[in-house]
Design a protein around this ligand. Structure first.
Ligand SMILES: *Cc1c(COP(=O)(O)O)cnc(C)c1O
Length: 389
């Protein structure tokens, strides 16, 4: 029985390297990194090296990296931390309509607390327009938060340009770089962003580990109050093993970034070309220019059939893909992202995301195409809406 994983945007397996690096911190070196004895010092040294490594990978200084329990916490902290810090300046936030729930529902919650949020639209490929952002910023805007790369359709935003627009108005800029980190080369100083979120399990690191970049000189209110950890910015005993695993995985991803892009991107292109060639009445959702799209992402809408039925059938054939995103699966609502790029509601229901990774092979791709073609044919034969040409 085949077992092909095509859901790397939901999570990736922990790399062997990261796992090995983490192991000592689960056993002999279990000390609390904030304790003032040798066990604590071993932990503190490991965390400090991990922070340095992560900083170097994104062009930051170690003092600008704060560890968090996940990407979601980093996103919550960025948005709520800035809002609380700048509560006297205003109560308006600008974001986009295609953000991950970690930002989107955080903004919805802010609205309940009396904030106003502008959700910028995107065009049919999922891009936010810098001129729309320019028009949306007001006197009382405290933060702009726009994701680096979208988790469903892979579209990569012009972050540097968007950030510049925010700064021209004197407004802070945060980006959710959870999908971008480890996949796209970037330097926070070149981008100019004030805050940036990342998550280890999206780049072959451990689950339950994230980080927030906070530009030096910026002040941000705490999200987790507690002890003096993270230079008194985030309470909670440091996850030493997690920090080490995250740093090891990120360094590995950044060291091999071109190689991975070439290999995984090649698999994705082979897949997309075959699917478009062999299946009619489909849309390829997201950016058409592959330089502006995550190299591992393919997202299709198959007209006249249900995504859930396709997934079920693929699962029986040993293929694991996803409808929309893992975070919203289980809900019967069609994807907010797909509706925002203009996919009709019925068609949005027939959408599947395939995200490739380092462990996939050409054989996986060809087998998946074969199974997908057969599945779509079978389901359409049963669909009253589909008329064969
Ligand atoms: C996965 C993901 C998150 C959430 O990260 P967790 O570490 O799983 O909480 C946030 N934003 C984007 C774009 C993601 O893909």
């Amino acid at each position: 029985m085949k077992n092909i994983y095509l859901d790397y945007a939901a999570t990736t397996p922990l790399s062997e390297k990261a796992f090995e690096a983490m192991k000592p911190y689960f056993s002999d070196m279990f000390g609390n990194a904030n304790s003032q004895h040798s066990f604590g010092r071993d932990g503190a040294k490991a965390v400090s090296e991990a922070r340095q490594t992560i900083a170097q990978c994104i062009g930051a200084k170690a003092s600008e990296i704060y560890f968090t329990s996940c990407g979601t916490e980093a996103d919550n902290w960025a948005v709520k931390g800035v809002c609380a810090q700048l509560k006297d300046k205003g109560r308006h936030v600008v974001t986009s309509v295609i953000e991950h729930p970690a930002i989107y529902t955080t903004c919805k919650q802010l609205e309940k607390f009396g904030y106003e949020v502008t959700y910028l639209p995107v065009n049919e490929e999922g891009f936010v327009s810098p001129s729309d952002l320019d028009k949306a910023i007001r006197e009382d805007t405290v933060l702009v938060s726009i994701m680096f790369a979208n988790n469903e359709i892979g579209t990569i935003q012009p972050i540097r340009e968007l950030c510049e627009v925010a700064h021209n108005h004197g407004v802070l800029f945060h980006t959710d770089a959870v999908q971008a980190t480890g996949a796209i080369k970037y330097d926070v100083k070149e981008l100019g962003v004030d805050l940036l979120s990342m998550s280890a399990h999206k780049f072959y690191g451990p689950k339950g580990m994230g980080a927030l970049y906070v530009r030096n000189g910026m002040r941000i209110e705490k999200l987790l109050t507690g002890g003096e950890q993270e230079r008194a910015h985030r309470g909670g005993t440091t996850n030493t093993a997690g920090a080490v695993g995250m740093a090891t995985a990120l360094k590995d991803a950044v060291d091999h970034i071109d190689e991975n892009a070439k290999y995984v991107g090649g698999l994705r292109d082979r897949f997309v070309n075959q699917v478009l060639d062999k299946i009619d009445e489909i849309y390829y959702n997201g950016a058409k220019d592959s330089s502006k799209r995550l190299y591992n992402n393919a997202n299709f809408s198959f007209r006249y059939i249900e995504g859930e039925s396709i997934l079920f059938s693929l699962d029986l054939a040993g293929i694991c893909a996803s409808s929309g995103s893992a975070c919203s699966s289980g809900s019967l609502e069609p994807s907010r992202t797909l509706l925002s790029i203009g996919v009709p509601i019925g068609t949005a229901h027939g959408s599947i995301r395939f995200t490739f990774g380092k462990d996939n092979t050409v054989e996986d791709v060809d087998y998946t195409v074969e199974q997908l073609v057969a599945t779509v044919e079978k389901l359409r034969a049963m669909s009253p809406l589909y008329k064969k040409k």
